[in-house]
Write a protein that binds this ligand. Structure first.
Ligand code: UD1
Ligand code: MG
Length: 448
């Protein structure tokens, strides 16, 4: 079938009471992105002509999160059938496919949506069904003798025989825009919940001689999030899938179940990620890099063949070049570290640029903040910063310069110089032995 125009209507007016949250349910993140954002990534692939979201409380939160989305308010909320009615004005005269989705059912794949739109070629309503492990309180899809969908019955209204049906309603539907609102007008609230059930559309369409069809989904694709527990389940599904994708693309995960990705993590080929690594948003890892155990990365770029961790923390604005090493208990923030540079142990490098091949000794700290403003540290190519150095920004250490261990550097160091700020060491031969003798004698006298 020639691709027809699509409109999406996302229902999100429910109160989300079971989340016990001040944040709108559909804005709770999965892998760092609002759950409804995952859904909208999929709908975007269908290039919808209209995208409408039906909201109740929390409209401002949603509009702030998605400024371009057209929101319509349903108040009061009298059921899913009532909710879709609020798209009427926006879809005036639209005769393409209308895809109805739930904002709290974020993982419906674009391919499934497309299959539903395509199925409208020889159907008037298409329902996304699935067979869950536990059919619980889902609406049941009732099929006729010929196997065609005849109606949907809500759990509350179902007989025991109907409840025994395992094919369930995911809630996702595709219908034709030209008849949708006429059909919706026929929905009543004569049911156990006194709600306007969208699911009644199936019988309504059939009563006027229309055909209803079912497209089947995997249970994980239609998971609905109503509680924090289900949110965690959705996160687990996302992570499981993302780990699988990473490995399929040539990334080694030694213990996949302990690695957590962000929705936007980008990984090259032959990257190795050791156990217990967490990716926040905005991380790219180039080919051959190793992310060692217990590291946390966000807003960072890791260059080709770089080694990060174990126990490293890369914060936003970190850009590591090729073969860079960032070792244990090192924190970086807004730090450009050029090819081959090493920051191997116990350091904080923030608001800094480190030249190629520079070596930053253990315990080096960039003192970038005076309580009011942040300042920059620049370290030249091939510079060597001795251990336990405080670099008091703004400060520049020149190319090839050496900073003696234990220095507090507050003035620029010119290229090739040695800078050292600690006081000269003095030595008193025999002093320690004499000291011990005196003290021992004193102690004996006291206890006598
Ligand atoms: C609905 C289906 C049920 C299906 C289940 C799948 C109906 C009548 N029932 O039941 O067959 O098995 O989903 O999860 O459709 N919403 C509004 N306005 C309202 C009511 C709901 O926008 O007035 C939104 C909610 O925010 C939610 C979605 O619609 O995103 C589903 O509503 P919900 O109350 O969860 O429906 P269920 O009773 O679970
Ligand atoms: Mg529900």
């Amino acid at each position: 079938m020639a691709s027809q125009s699509v409109a999406t209507v996302i229902l999100a007016a429910g109160k989300g009471t079971r989340m016990r949250s001040d944040v709108h349910k559909v804005l709770h993140p999965i892998a760092g992105k609002p759950m409804v954002g995952h859904l909208m990534d999929a709908t975007a692939e269908l290039e919808p002509t209209f995208e409408i979201m039906v909201v109740g409380a929390g409209r401002d939160q949603l509009q702030a999160a998605f400024p371009k989305l057209s929101l319509v308010t349903q108040d009061p909320q009298l059921g899913t059938g009532h909710a879709v009615g609020f798209a009427r004005d926006a879809l005036q005269g639209f005769s393409g496919a209308v895809l109805i989705l739930y904002g709290d059912t974020p993982f419906v794949p674009a391919a499934t949506m497309r299959a539903m739109v395509d199925a409208l070629a020889d159907a008037d309503i298409v329902v996304l069904g699935f067979t869950p492990q536990d059919p619980g309180r889902y609406g049941r899809l009732i099929l006729g003798e010929d196997g065609a969908l005849t109606r949907i019955v809500e759990f509350k209204d179902a007989t025991d025989a109907e409840r025994a049906v395992t094919l369930c309603n995911s809630g996702v539907m595709a219908v034709r825009g030209d008849k949708l609102f006429q059909d919706l007008d026929q929905i009543t609230n004569e049911n156990a919940a006194r709600e306007y059930y969208l699911t009644d559309l199936v019988s309504i369409v059939r009563a006027r001689g229309g055909r209803a069809a079912v497209v089947h989904a995997e249970e994980n694709d239609v998971l609905g999030v109503n509680s924090r527990e289900e949110l965690a389940k959705a996160e687990a599904i996302f992570q499981m899938r993302r780990r699988g994708e990473a490995m399929a693309q040539g990334v080694t995960l030694i213990s996949p179940e302990t690695v957590f990705f962000s929705h936007d993590t980008r990984l090259g080929r032959d990257v190795t990620i050791e156990p217990n690594v967490v990716f926040g948003p905005g991380v790219t890892v180039e080919d051959y890099a190793q992310i060692r155990a217990f590291s946390h990365l966000e807003g960072a770029h890791v260059g080709r063949s770089a080694i990060v961790g174990p126990y490293a923390r890369l914060r936003p604005g970190t850009v590591l070049g090729e073969r860079v090493k960032v070792g244990n208990f090192v924190e970086t923030k807004k730090a450009k570290v050029a090819d081959g540079a090493k920051i191997n142990h116990l350091s904080y490098v923030g608001d800094a640029s480190v030249g190629p091949r520079a070596n930053i000794g253990a315990g080096t700290i960039t003192c970038n903040y005076d309580g009011f403003f942040k300042y920059e540290t620049v370290i030249g190519a091939d510079a060597f910063i001795g251990s336990n150095t405080a670099l008091i920004a703004p400060v520049r250490v020149g190319e090839g310069a050496i900073v003696g261990a234990g220095s507090a550097i507050s003035k620029d160091v010119v290229d090739g110089a040695l800078a050292i700020t600690r006081s000269a060491q003095t030595a008193k031969p025999g002093w320690a032995a004499r000291f011990r003798e005196i003290m021992r004698a004193r102690k004996e006298k006291k206890s006598a």
